[in-house]
Unconditional design. Sequence first.
Length: 133
Amino acid sequence: MTLIDSNILIDILSEDPVWLQWSVERLVLQSDLGAIIINDIIYAEVATHAASQSGLDHDLHDLGIRFERASRQALFAAAKAFQRYRAAGGSRSNVLPDFFVGAHAQALACPILTRDVRRYKTYFPNVALIAPP
């Protein structure tokens, strides 16, 4: 099982000229190893780039992506990691979703397919990351 970050899905769905090939190749490789999942937060982030819910749901289905809600354990871990981030002087803007994603992957003991590793490495060091070099 692999949790796929919103940046990878946005690369694919928007046919990003720089990242499309890399993102598709990694998605295919990971799907050969097991289920590809997203959670509430990733769905909401990707939805900001979609014209309709039905269109987004269709695209996710076509990509073989399964929706799985985060557990209370993951939500609690996200809150605690975010507290550590804020205590270390981290800004408030646009970061809380990363903590939900990292904590969900940690709770599931699965890797994250992402292009943005910074906070995951720092606050979820035991989560494997599949990312560009």
